[in-house]
Design a protein around this ligand. Structure first.
Ligand code: ADP
Ligand code: TPW
Length: 576
């Protein structure tokens, strides 16, 4: 069927919902149609929304989450009930974990039947299931409440610490109608959805005092800083103070990775040696060894180092979650960095030269070593020689988007591929989740219009690989590069008993490029850096959907990349 016409003087819930989203400048829906939302997807398109339909709801949800991170507006994922909702829920939980604003809207079955468990089509108590996995879950039962429902969902997703919101829309809602004028008047344009939160002046002074006392200060930038779009204040603060900084993976490019004050190439030295560390939109979770242990110069895995921490964050409960925070600065990063800048405008002296000099020395040594490794041309290709090609491509087109997942493919790409502009890199994030690749790539292409390179482990790619059809269908400028080493981590495991292959290995020499060809895109097998460079240049120039099957030495890399030690048997050996 086509979008339903409706009498002039009434408006149905389908249209009210779309008007409520449009009123709040939301122009894109990431979805997978089916009962009861198929007509909603059609009418949305007819009413001028961009509707991107996926092959699996998890990928639509991941796209919505990435769109939220990139635009500061909640990304919308629309699914059917029960199974579609559950497929989208992983993405909603992942968005919440990463502090990305998104709204998962799912149709749901008849309330009366669900609540008596009488067995409806796709019956499930979705609201209750969603609640623990997001910031809030709301349900709209009446058309006159659509305005409030959407307003609450938007406000909750983007204010304070951003995150996911679930909105439950029972099938019966969609066909309800209101008198047109009254209906439109019931809609709410959210005023100031993410209000600035100004830090307390004494908190700012405490932080400045601590920074001024430091002999070996360090700033650590996280993806909250990238999300906040306080790029100018952050850069000015770093350059004005002369403090060395480390970007977390999705904060890369807030300042160019080639910046003289970047301490990335001396990471282990600065984390262990710094005496005052200022966290800006970064949490002391597992990615930062919980702020303690040998990484931070502690005597053993459980000991904190000697650092004092300043934490700039919008969440007042984040401080002290792992180690003591000497100076919490609570507020939005833009306001906090402006206040901190005011505090260092006068009477600031740059960090001692023995600290910055020691960092520079280690950086030079490590960068020289890295350049030697990157210059090698082994056969077959390894992670380094393949990533060197991508490193050069991003240097030539610094506005390109990079999406990255895998184990070794993630770890090596993070350190080898320099980023030059803010919010150009999306990756496996706080959970280290596989499966974000194609969803994030599609959202990156849709929201920025820039070329996208997805750097994918062959296992990682498999989680969302079917979306190459979606990439072709919408003709998006996405170039997927599959790092094909025949398995999860490596391709060399053997089942000692014979019979089935080992659980970590895949079909040898799989022709991933043919998946893209199947849908009319370009597929290339690249066994050398020269072949990879040619295919990548062509993809970026043409903007055609492309998949490059990059053949990587199956013996290269390590189990789980850099987090081998988190495997239970490795941890057991360590403590034995
Ligand atoms: P990373 O993984 O890069 O270290 P995290 O996701 O752990 O970053 O941390 C992001 C932090 O940024 C969260 O604690 C979140 O509360 C905070 N945050 C997000 N947006 C803002 C903002 N606009 N202002 C201040 N803090 C923010
Ligand atoms: C949802 C566990 C972490 S990394 C990885 C898996 C399965 C794939 C590693 O192999 P890949 O990379 O991609 O070929 P590489 O470079 O080492 O060859 N399920 C989910 N998330 C995670 N993190 C896993 C499983 C995992």
């Amino acid at each position: 069927m086509t979008a339903q016409a409706q009498p002039q003087d009434t408006i149905d819930a389908f249209h009210l919902l779309i008007e409520a989203l449009k009123l709040n400048d939301i122009d894109t829906i990431y979805t997978l149609p089916g009962i009861p939302i198929t007509d909603l997807t059609r009418i949305s398109q007819a009413e001028g929304m961009r509707v991107i339909a996926f092959r699996h709801e998890q990928n639509a949800g991941n796209a919505a989450a990435a769109a939220g991170f990139l635009t500061q507006k909640p990304g919308i994922c629309l699914t059917v009930s029960a199974p579609g909702f559950l497929n989208g829920l992983t993405a909603l939980a992942n968005a919440t974990t990463n502090c990305f604003p998104m709204i998962l809207i799912s149709g749901s079955s008849e309330r009366e039947i669900v609540d008596l468990q009488q067995g409806d089509y796709e019956e499930m108590v979705q609201l209750a299931i969603a609640k623990p996995h997001c910031k809030a879950a709301y349900r709209v039962l009446h058309a006159e409440d659509i305005g409030v429902g959407i307003a609450r969902a938007i406000r909750t997703a983007v204010s304070g610490r951003p995150g996911g919101v679930y909105l439950d829309l029972p099938a019966k809602l969609f066909t309800q109608t209101l008198e047109a004028q009254a209906g439109r008047q019931s809609l709410i344009k959210v005023v100031d959805p993410a209000p600035r939160q100004i830090p307390a002046p004494d908190a700012v002074q405490r932080a400045i005092g601590l920074l001024k006392s430091a002999k070996r200060p360090l700033v650590l930038l996280g993806k909250g800083a990238a999300y906040a779009r306080a790029d100018a204040q952050i850069r000015e603060f770093i350059e004005k103070t002369g403090i060395p900084y480390l970007p977390m993976s999705m904060a890369k490019g807030l300042l160019p990775d080639t910046h003289a004050q970047s301490a990335s190439a001396a990471r282990s030295y600065v984390l262990a040696e710094a005496d005052v560390v200022m966290l800006v939109g970064a949490r002391l979770n597992w990615l930062l060894s919980h702020g303690k242990g040998k990484t931070w110069g502690g005597a053993s895995a459980k000991d904190a180092g000697k650092q004092k921490f300043i934490q700039v964050d919008i969440s007042p409960v984040e401080a002290d979650s792992n180690v003591a925070i000497a100076a919490p600065v609570v507020g939005d990063i833009g306001s906090c960095m402006s206040a901190l800048l005011d505090g260092v405008r006068s009477g600031w002296s740059k960090p001692p030269a023995d600290w910055t000099g020691a960092i520079a020395e280690r950086k030079d040594k490590n960068l020289t070593k890295m350049a030697e490794t990157l210059a090698k041309d082994p056969s077959p290709m390894n992670f380094h020689s393949a990533l060197n090609v991508i490193r050069e491509a991003v240097k030539a087109r610094p506005d390109m988007m990079v999406v990255n997942e895998g184990a070794n493919t993630l770890d090596f790409a993070r350190s080898i591929v320099d980023m030059y502009e803010p919010r150009r890199r999306l990756d496996a994030g706080t959970w280290g989740i596989m499966g974000i690749g194609m969803g994030y790539s599609i959202a990156a292409a849709v929201t920025t219009g820039k070329p996208v390179i997805a750097i994918e482990g062959d296992s990682a790619f498999g989680f969302s690989g079917m979306e190459v059809e979606t990439i072709c269908r919408y003709n998006l400028p996405v170039c997927v590069i599959v790092f094909n080493n025949n398995g999860v981590y490596k391709g060399t495991d053997v089942n000692p008993r014979g019979g089935d292959v080992a659980p970590t290995v895949f079909v040898k020499d799989a022709r991933y490029e043919m998946m893209m060809q199947a849908f009319g895109g370009v597929g290339v097998r690249a066994a050398t850096p020269a072949e990879l460079r040619r295919a990548l240049d062509e993809a970026v120039t043409s903007g055609k959907p492309t998949l490059i099957n990059a053949i990587i030495d199956e013996t290269a890399g390590t189990e789980s990349g850099r987090i081998t030690s988190l495997n239970p048997s490795a941890a057991k050996k360590k403590t034995a």
